[in-house]
Design a protein around this ligand. Sequence first.
Ligand code: PBG
Length: 329
Amino acid sequence: MTPEPTIRPRRLRTTPAMRRLVAQTEVAPRHLVLPMFVADGIAECKPISSMPGVVQHTVDSLRAAAAEAVSAGVGGLMLFGVPRAEDKDAVGSGADRSDGILNRALAALRSDLGDSTVLMADTCLDEFTDHGHCGVLDSAGRVDNDETLQRYAAMAVAQARAGAHVLGPSGMMDGQVAAIRTALDEAGYADTALLAYTAKYASAFYGPFRDAVDSSLTGDRRSYQQDPANRAEALRELDLDLAEGADMVMVKPAMAYLDILADVAADVTVPVAAYQVSGEYSMITAAAERGWIDRRAAVTESLTAIRRAGASIVLTYWAAEAAGWLRDQ
Ligand code: PBG
């Protein structure tokens, strides 16, 4: 009688070399995009208290940090602007002015870095409005979808003109991808790509970001961002964004939404991004500061998990640092 074969999955885990050989998922520097904040009216870069290690940059410190991230090998940069409080207004005028902080910063980085990286811009009004909403309000104080699209179109053209390679519409207005695509094409920016925030949930994990951009928001964004309870709706948003011309799609947040990410990734032929948001950053950072978690191991594991779930691109505040680790490996 022949003996039973022994089936032992552990054979493939015996040595580091064996584990390296059979690893299915890889995180490389080029997969990582660094979100960066640039603020107007500050003399030097300013720490964000709820995101230790992340700062609001001046244009000068942004240029230095961007150059450093690019030389570490990151795949791209995503810029957010923080205007002075007195420059915010009901329609977010600073968003499409060429001398608005975000557009000035884009122009500076594009002139420094040319096409050596992929320069992305957040296309949303919330940093620029005095009420903090992602769109303009109607007379009843509700976010007016179609009026907002006009503002996004103007903002998008200004960002493309300033030098962004990719725009990230993050406001979750219906029809935003089509409105922006049409405006870009009409203005002669047919090559500017769109990374659509396709499934963006109304999440508590954005808490620290609101500090990071000195948000004026009172209330919440539940009338435009998705309900965390909903899964199928993400695929509905996905169909619409693709039909409207999205070049890449994004799921946000990342870790609590890996099921959504896997659903989206299984359904598309365009690149899929996931955004490891501020609260995800702050949780790991805070636990590591207390000695409760191994920071580098937790960061690496979280990035691997997001890639494994289906993201080809990961937006993460650790992009530059993690790119350094990965390069030195
Ligand atoms: C809105 C926007 C937000 C984030 C990115 N773009 C905040 C929000 O929707 O309230 C959050 C990013 C993060 O938490 O890291 N323009």
